[in-house]
Design a protein around this ligand. Structure first.
Ligand SMILES: [Zn+2]
Ligand SMILES: [Zn+2]
Length: 909
């Protein structure tokens, strides 16, 4: 190819091709999947459309095209160990896709795929192969429709249309749910690309597992819903979901044999080459570090741009790990100073137009990379020497224990993945299971809990069955329970179902824990940081009451109220009145609106780099985590507090309106990372002429900011590296806090016997007096100590030619002992002095001084003090002429002094 298209124009061509076919371009969603806690990172193009396929989300378009940012670095799809060692594996990659939601189907999908590849991109038709589904078990229909569609494509070689079974050509989202056959398009890159030529058993063909035939595009046709391992039912609406690995198509269209030789990644390796000063030949001989750095720098840049900064758990750990792994590979190229920011600048240059978030967050990306590299550098050497020692100790087994691997991370900052890399380089293995156990144990002990617990699974299936049963009885429409938390008034309706111990029951009794299903609810389900509502469900006739403690959505469509029967025996079909604990709800609303004001205030006072990184909206307080490198000053905290309180005094109205996501974004709404947004979003605007805050938010809010009352920041601190945490109170809690503080102040004033406004002056005077008394006391003790010293000197004992003085003075500061030691050395020519006292805790403190002549005789202060310290249960050290030790048992001080004397005696023999 003479004119190789560049990567950015290939992406653009794909999108524009499908736009011309009536598709709507949908921007990539964040790498942090919204609302899906089962997933660490967005790992496929369909993640943001999952709910559309499940019928839970509607979009204003039925055809979409996108280029999705993806990460595969942990969990089931984990290619980390291959990254850098071959041409195709990455942690971060892009996935191109075109989508039909109940619109076009196989014929169009096949025709357009063929058209784009052969007409637009002009790939050689004789090199293309396609596959269709044919069930090897004969249970599911073969995909004749796709087969026929392929046969009709102009110029296709009919012998290149192949049939494969379930493993290759049947796609399932999970054990249950939408699924269907797929068709793949492969390209034959020519014999020389086969990497298994030397393997006599290798059969060089499509799906033959070599690098000659590579899969370009997978077209998935969702036509069934799997309800059990053996049961498929046709979907009412059929969908198309396609995925084309972007790096791969770029490598094909740029006619290179490695993704790392495309203009997406080669420039990154060139930056590294510029830093190492190596030749291109040198790089080719030592390619792995270059590739790892290029891949990881790209991934880290995208992660940080999506709000994932280096940290200790979950996604933040992954960010830390890949930065450190890249830095470690850098040391293999003799790059010992932070260098990743330079590579990241190139990432931003290449990708910044397609992903503007990179440009917008450039400073944050570069800053986080460099700071993380610096942090890593501090502990790397001790970590590496500890690992060396571990390998030395386990020469026989060639196995590094999980505990050692954990210690390497917890104490020396060496992520497990790096330990594993280094161990492998030296022919060692690391016990990963034991490492995970040690990690888990630590997490439980440190109270951090599990970051990603199992979600869904058996529980979800069981509730899905309940949901089906309740729907089938005709009591609940299949759209599910109506959820409207914005109107908090009481509701009257019959009980649809009661669930007890995981079974549907007709009735429950007083004291029972139960889950209640109703047709409609306004109890808020915990989300977006806001906690769930509590309240009561009670019989209309007053005969029974259930106290509701939590509300949750265990499966699509179903909402359950978890509570305890506190009176009577509720029955299914009883008429119930539901009442939210409204006072508590009001407290929550105040805190939620205050959270939005706080967010706006932080951005105004600290800068727009501040972004929400976590939030808790509870009735008694709010907690807000945000990205900011340094601790806030007192002045900054006061200014933010003032900002919020001013907005409260201005009594700004709130407007909560649903509109399209695009319109909201265009109007400047702040979308949060890790939140999932449908096409229609709820917007919360504070202020009318002057907008103070504009966020996308599903939470409940006050109507006017005046309802918040006083806002008080009660703490500001670090939540994780680069993340600060503020806790604050509003409304009733703020009033209670003010009252408590005032009462404390009044009672302090009373005790000091001054009016409240003189408390500070009085306290300063009292503290001053205390200091003075303390000094006088010390002076007296010192005087006393010196008097005792003079006494002791008169009674000094000689051991041979050496004068040995021992002296125990109670409760003097260590400085006094040192002064005594100095005086002793000035007054005695050949001597050893052993002083003892007790510190404020009552523990023994020993100090030994030796004159130079004594040191020459082989008696060192450190040895003497240790001999004595052993008696009182301690240890110490210091110079040959002066050494100090601590201990535990003050009752043995006299004994310790005797021991010191004896030690000197023995030494002189
Ligand atoms: Zn082959
Ligand atoms: Zn909110």
């Amino acid at each position: 190819m003479q004119n190789k298209p560049d990567g950015n124009s290939i992406r653009k061509t794909f999108i524009e091709f499908f736009e011309k076919k009536g598709h709507t371009f949908v921007p990539s969603s964040s790498l942090v999947p919204g609302g899906d806690q089962t997933l660490l990172f967005t790992n496929a193009g369909m993640v943001q459309f999952k709910d559309v396929f499940l019928g839970l989300d509607k979009r204003p378009y039925s055809r979409a095209v996108n280029s999705q940012k993806c990460m595969r670095v942990a969990g089931k799809h984990n290619d980390l160990e291959d990254v850098g060692r071959d041409d195709i594996h990455h942690t971060f990659f892009e996935m191109l896709g075109n989508w039909s939601f109940g619109d076009y189907y196989k014929k169009e999908a096949v025709t357009w795929a063929w058209e784009l590849l052969t007409e637009v991109w002009k790939l050689d038709k004789t090199k293309l192969w396609v596959t269709c589904f044919e069930d090897e078990l004969g249970e599911i229909d073969a995909d004749i429709e796709a087969f026929n569609a392929w046969k009709e494509q102009p110029g296709i070689d009919p012998s290149h249309i192949l049939k494969f079974g379930r493993k290759d050509n049947f796609w399932e989202m999970a054990d249950v749910g939408p699924c269907g056959p797929c068709s793949e398009i492969h390209i034959d890159r020519g014999e020389k690309f086969c990497n298994k030529k030397d393997d006599p058993n290798h059969e060089c063909r499509v799906n033959g597992n070599c690098t000659r035939y590579v899969e370009l595009w997978n077209l998935v046709f969702m036509q069934y819903n799997r309800i059990s391992p053996k049961e498929l039912i046709p979907l009412p609406k059929k969908h198309v979901d396609t995925g084309m690995g972007f790096e791969r198509i770029v490598s094909v269209l740029q006619d290179v044999d490695s993704n790392y030789k495309t203009d997406l990644l080669l420039p990154l390796m060139d930056v590294v080459l510029g830093l190492t000063g190596d030749s291109e030949e040198g790089r080719d001989r030592n390619l792995t570090p270059y590739r790892v750095i290029a891949d990881h720098a790209r991934a880290a840049s995208f992660l940080i741009s999506d709000g994932v900064v280096p940290g200790n758990i979950g996604r933040n750990y992954i960010c830390r790990m890949i930065i450190r792994r890249a830095a470690r590979f850098g040391t293999k190229l003799n790059l010992h100073e932070p260098f990743l920011a330079k590579v990241a600048q190139e990432v931003i240059r290449i990708y910044g137009d397609a992903y503007p978030g990179l440009k917008k967050n450039q400073a944050t990306i570069l800053d986080n990379l460099t700071r993380e590299e610096k942090r890593f550098k501090k502990t790397l050497d001790t970590g590496l020497s500890y690992l060396d020692q571990m390998m030395e100790e386990n020469k026989q087994s060639k196995l590094i224990s999980g505990e050692a691997a954990f210690e390497l991370y917890a104490t020396h900052g060496l992520p497990f993945e790096i330990t594993r890399d280094i161990a492998a380089e030296n022919g060692y293995k690391v016990d990963e299971d034991a490492y995970q156990k040690a990690m888990e144990q630590h997490r439980i002990e440190s109270g951090a809990g599990k970051e990603f617990g199992p979600l869904g699974g058996e529980d979800a299936e069981k509730y899905a069955a309940f949901f089906k049963e309740i729907c089938n009885s005709g009591k609940l429409p299949k759209e599910g329970v109506i959820y409207d938390p914005y109107d908090a008034s009481n509701l009257e309706q019959p009980i649809l179902a009661l669930i007890q111990d995981g079974d549907l029951v007709d009735t429950v009794s007083e004291g029972d824990v139960v889950e209640v299903v109703l047709k409609k609810t306004n109890f808020y389900i915990q989300s977006g940081g806001q906690v769930a509502d509590t309240g009561t469900i009670a019989a209309k006739d007053g005969s029974w009451t259930i106290t509701v403690e939590d509300v949750r959505k265990p499966t699509t469509g179903l909402i359950v109220h978890l509570g305890q029967v506190t009176k009577g025996s509720p029955m299914v079909a009883d008429t119930a009145v539901t009442a939210i604990d409204f006072k508590r709800r009001q407290d929550i609303m105040r805190n939620h609106t205050a959270t939005h004001l706080l967010h706006a205030g932080l951005r105004k006072i600290l800068g727009i780099h501040v972004r929400q990184a976590g939030s808790l909206v509870a009735p008694d307080r709010l907690r807000f985590d945000f990205t900011h490198p340094d601790g806030m000053t007192k002045d900054e905290i006061r200014k933010v507090e003032d900002f919020v309180n001013q907005a409260v005094l201005d009594n700004k109205p709130l407007h909560k309106v649903e509109k399209s996501l695009q319109q909201a974004i265009d109007e400047g709404a702040m979308a949060l990372f890790g939140e999932k947004y449908g096409e229609q979003v709820r917007t919360v605007v504070i202020g009318e002429e002057e907008v103070t805050s504009y966020e996308l938010c599903g939470g409940t809010h006050v109507d006017d900011t005046g309802e918040i009352g006083t806002f008080i920041i009660i703490s500001e601190g670090s939540a994780a590296a680069g993340i600060r945490r503020i806790e604050a109170v509003t409304g009733r809690e703020a009033q209670a806090l003010i009252k408590k503080r005032l009462t404390q102040l009044e009672s302090t004033a009373e005790k000091l016997q001054v009016p409240v406004d003189q408390v500070e002056d009085k306290l300063v005077a009292v503290l001053e007096l205390e200091k003075q008394l303390e000094k006088e006391n010390h002076d007296l003790q010192k005087k006393d100590a010196f008097a005792k010293y003079i006494d002791a000197k008169e009674k000094i004992e000689n051991v041979g030619e050496i004068a040995v003085l021992t002296l125990y003075v109670k409760e003097v500061i260590p400085d006094t002992l040192r002064e005594l030691a100095d005086r002793f050395k000035g007054e005695i020519k050949d001597g050893v002095a052993v002083f003892a006292t007790t510190n404020a805790k009552g523990d023994p403190v020993l100090l030994v001084a030796c004159t130079p002549t004594v040191i020459k005789k082989g008696i060192k202060a450190g040895d003497v003090v240790n001999a004595a310290a052993e008696v009182v249960g301690g240890r110490g050290g210091g110079r040959p002429d002066l050494a100090q030790a601590g201990g535990k048992d003050a009752t043995k001080i006299e004994e310790a002094l005797e021991k010191a004397k004896e030690f000197v005696k023995n030494k002189l023999k």
